[in-house]
Design a protein around this ligand. Sequence first.
Ligand code: SF4
Length: 706
Amino acid sequence: MTQGARVTTRPGTPSREAATHCPYCALQCGMVLRENGRRVEVLPRQFPTNRGGLCQKGWTAAELLDHPDRLTTPLVRDRRGGELRPASWDEALDRVATGIRAVQDRYGRDAVAVFGGGGLTNEKAYALGKFARVALRTRHIDYNGRWCMSSAAAAGLRAFGVDRGLPFPLADLGRAETLLLVGANPAETMPPLLRHLADQRARGGRLIVVDPRLTATARQADLHLQPLPGTDLAVANALLHIALSEGWVDRAYVAERTSGFDEVRRTVAGYWPAEVERLSGVPVADLEATARALATVDRAIVLTARGAEQHAKGVDTVAAFINLTLALGLPGRPGSGYGCLTGQGNGQGGREHGQKADQLPGYRRIDDPAAREHVARVWGVPAEDLPGPGVPAYALLDSLGTATGPRALLVFGSNPVVSAPRAARIESRLRDLDLLVVADFLRSETAELADVVLPVAQWAEEDGTMTNLEGRVLRRRALREPPAGVRTDLAVLAALAARLEGGAAGGEGFPTDPRAVFEELRRASAGGPADYAGVTWDRVERDDGVFWPCPDPDGPDTPRLFADSFPTPDGRARFHAVTHRPAAEAVSAEYPLHFTTGRVLAQYQSGAQTRRVDALRRAAPNGFVELHPDLADRLGVTEGDEVRVVSRRGELRAPARVSPAIRPDTVFAPFHWPGAARANSVTNDAVDPISGMPEFKICAVRVERA
Ligand code: SF4
C-alpha cells in the first residue's frame, strides 16, 4: 500500500483513494479510504501503531460520511424553548457574532468562552486557541482533553519536564520483558495495540494488568491485580517499598539522573505490603511478584491510562508509578520506561497547541512572559493584549451562566452533555447561557441545546495533521470535498473572526488552508517544549510521520526521549513523594458501593458518532450496569433486569449485566450513552487539584432494581 499517497483520481475511473488515519482514538491506525461513486470503503494500511489492523470502529468509520443524520445546513433557534430551524450561513454567523458582541458589551471579554476537543486536528486546536486569545480576547478556553490525559500530562511534566504520552515508539512494548498496564484496557479501547503485546508474549515477556475489573486485557495477562478503585497509588508505593527492601533500586541511576529520591524513600517506607493488601485487596504475593517482574529484568515498561488517572489524586497516582520506574532506572533505557496511553485521536497534539486554559502553542505556558512575547510576535499582536490563564474544563463548564461565569460558549468537537462529570448539572449550566454555539457534523446532545449549530466537515473531507499517542505527527488526508452547505472548522473561525474584527480584512489572521495554519503553528511552537519547527508538511508526507521535538527541518526527529538527560533545568528527572488518600466520596450506609466507568469496544467517547453506525449499534446497542453475581444475589437482580444506580448527584437506569469479572463491592457502567443510561449523571465532579481532571473512576452509589 502506498504509504504517502495523496488523494488520487485514477484516469478513466471514478474511484479515488486517500492514505489516512482513523478518526477516533490516539492509536491513529493507518487506513486507506477508497471511493467508488458515493460509497467509501475502508481498508487497513500498514502503519507502525496498527501494523495493518483496525478495530470495528475504524472499519465502519466511513459510514458517517453520508449518514442521514449528517448536518448540511446551519441551524438557529429563534427563542428559548423553540425548535432549531435551518438558516443560511450568513444568518447563522451573523447571529453568533451579534450574540458574542452583545455578551462582551454587557459582561466583558471573559464572558465568552470556548470549549474544544481532543479529536480536533493540530491546526484546528491551534486556530481555536488563537481565536480565543486574539479574536475574542478571552481567557476562557479549555477542552475535553481534561477528561482524558491531563493527570498523566501534569505528572509527566513535573517528573520529566515534558509531557509526551509515550516517550518511545509503541513498538518498544514488544521488546519489554515485563509490561505493567495500570488502568488500561487496550483489548477494548485500541485492539490493534494487542499486536505489540503478542510480540512481547512471543519473545517470552510477561504482562501484568492492574484493573478492578477482569477486562478483556486482564484475561490475557500473566498476572492480574484487582485493586479496589482508588487504591492504585498505594499499590505503586508498595511496589517501590518492596523494591527497596529487596535491594532492587538502581542506585547509580538514581544518583546520576534524578533528584528527590530520599523523601520518596522515607514515604514509601510506610507502605508495608500487608497493609496495602488490606487497603487495596491485592495479595502481598502478587505485589511481590509484580515488583520482582519489573525489577529483575533488563527491559520493563509501565503504562498508565484512565483507570489510574481519572481520580481526584490522579496526578499523584501517576507520580507514584513514575517514581517506581525512576527508582528502577527505566526511563531512557532502551525498551524500558514509563508512558501514558493517550485516549483521544489528537489528545496529544490537542494539548500542545493552545486549547488548554494555561497554554500557548508549543506547550508554552501562558503566564511565561517570554512565551507570551514569542507567540504574540507570531500572531502580530502586543503581548500585553493576550489574556492570562483561564480555568480547567470542569470549573469552566460549572461556571457557565452563573453570576461570575461566561454567558456565551462556543463548542468545537465536544459533547459535554454526555461526557462531563455530574452531567445533569453541566446540562443545566448550558441551558443558562445567553448564547450556546456548537460546531459539529451531527446533532449531538450538546448541539440539541444550542442556539446556533454550525455544520462542519468530517475527517475524510479535510487535510491536516494529528499527533498520535507516541508523539508522532501524522497526515490526515482528505478523500473528498465536504458536502454542499458544510464548512471546515477553520473556515468557520475565519468567518467569525472577520465579523468580530470588522470586515473581511479582520479574518486575515485565520487562514482556512490547513497547511498555512500548520506553517504558522511551526513558527509559534519553535523553541517550545513541543517544538514542531522542523516538522514540515513535506517531511510528514515523505516519512509518514515525524516525532516531536524536531526543531530543525534538516535535523533528526526524536522517537525516544530521555536517553541522556531529561528536559528539566538540571537535566535530572524529579521524584515526588506522594501518599494515598481516600476517594473524594466515601461509601456509606446509604451509598454502600463503589461506582466506576469506562468504555466498550464498539463505542467511542460520548457515542454521538458511533451510536449512529449500524454495525456498532448492533454490537453495543445500550448502556448496562455490570455487577458481581454475589451482589446481584443480594439485590435480587438477575441478568437483564433494569437497575437504578443512584449517587448523591443523580441516577442512571440500565439493564444489569451479571459478571464475576468485577469486584463484589464495585459496579461498572460504560459512559457512551445519553438519557436514562447516562453514566455521568452519577459520577462525581471532584477534581484533581493540579490537573483539574475529574474523578470519573470512583464514587459512592447504591443499586436497586428499577
Ligand atoms: S478506534 Fe483506535 S484502535 Fe480502532 S481503528 Fe480507530 S485508531 Fe485504530
